[in-house]
Design a protein. Structure first.
Length: 346
């Protein structure tokens, strides 16, 4: 690179190195996608893009929920089970009235928003309890959320093995299916799914909370230095509980959408979703040490992670190797995050 260019104001070799280090994971993932396109040019088309965005939409919602918890220095291993619980109850109360194997035969037809709002509130309450354990008793977030993960999964499994007769909950009300699977048709037959707009709306709401409210400022203060935030007058316990509650609302909404999108719910739904969400946050620049992160980064991270996952499936990579690639991406991201922190400190 010409020396004259390097000497331009605001530009230096260190700044260049910082730029590449800060964005290395994006370059790596883009390189993977380019390699996939080189192997299979059909990967890059409108239909696949819409499918990726459709599948990534609920992942974006889940990542937005757990991102707030990570920002305050926590983690939530119960996300996936919240998703399964929300999908189970929303599907249970929104089975088609004429479905022969309806679990609650005499249940009247409910307005669509009632079960969805109900599972959102349920997940918020359960998630608040996890936050309360963490804030009140100073239980490590890893432990409190792991315990809640097991408790929720136990309840879901008991339900499916008794009330649910060990069969998937299916035969969903067409209104519920259309709510998640519906789409707009644009010129040229291009379809834009409703679920993409739901994810966008959630992103806008979370962005507003993070950037325009006192809660948002308190979140970053708690994640940056909990003791300093407490000394400055921030009610740390209350804010932690609220952040967990907001995460629960997003888990519940995304879980209902996931149940309607898949069309069939079992007690396995949601398994491992928390790991994908955490990976999306880390890829998107949310520091696992807390105190740093952006909504745009979370959204981009979730979409990129889904792009790479879909790309590996599209070219027929063995699932065993897929896990290796995705795991390597996560480890690389954490190393890069650690390196960024080190460069800032020196």
């Amino acid at each position: 690179m010409p020396k004259k260019f390097l000497n331009q104001p605001g530009f230096s070799a260190k700044n260049t190195a910082d730029f590449f280090i800060n964005n290395a994971i994006y370059f790596i993932m883009i390189a993977i996608v380019i390699a996939v396109i080189a192997v299979e040019p059909r990967f890059f088309n409108i239909a696949n893009l819409n499918m990726i965005l459709n599948q990534a939409s609920t992942r974006v919602i889940f990542a937005l929920g757990i991102a707030g918890i990570i920002v305050i220095g926590g983690v939530d291993l119960s996300l996936g089970r919240h998703v399964g619980m929300a999908a189970m109850f929303s599907a249970l109360f929104l089975q088609a009235p004429d479905f022969a194997r309806r679990i609650i035969p005499g249940l009247p037809t409910l307005p669509l928003f009632v079960p969805i709002l109900g599972v959102m509130i349920l997940c918020a309450i359960v998630s608040m309890f996890t936050g309360w354990l963490t804030a009140k008793f100073r239980v490590a977030p890893f432990i409190s959320s792991l315990g809640m993960q097991l408790v929720i999964f136990s309840g879901i499994s008991v339900f499916f093995n008794t009330v649910g007769r060990s069969t998937p909950i299916s035969g969903l009300d067409p209104r519920f299916s259309r709510f998640a699977q519906g789409f707009f048709t644009l010129g040229g037959g291009v379809r834009i799914n409703f679920i993409i707009f739901y994810a966008l709306a959630c992103a806008i709401i979370v962005w507003f909370i993070w950037n325009k409210t006192i809660l948002g400022k308190n979140m970053f203060a708690i994640g940056g230095n909990t003791q300093a935030a407490q000394v400055s007058g921030v009610n740390v316990k209350r804010n932690i509980i609220i952040v967990y509650a907001l995460a629960g609302l997003l888990y519940g909404f995304g879980g209902a959408l996931e149940g309607a999108r898949t069309g069939s719910v079992t007690n396995a739904l949601g398994m491992g979703y928390e790991l994908d969400a955490i990976a999306a946050c880390v890829i998107g620049g949310v520091s696992m040490r807390g105190g740093k992160g952006t909504v745009a980064g979370v959204v981009v991270g979730a979409i990129l992670f889904q792009v790479v996952t879909f790309a590996l499936i599209f070219i027929g990579i063995n699932p065993d190797y897929q896990f290796f690639v995705l795991g390597a991406i996560i480890i690389t991201t954490v190393i890069i995050d650690t390196r960024k922190e080190y460069r800032r400190a020196t």
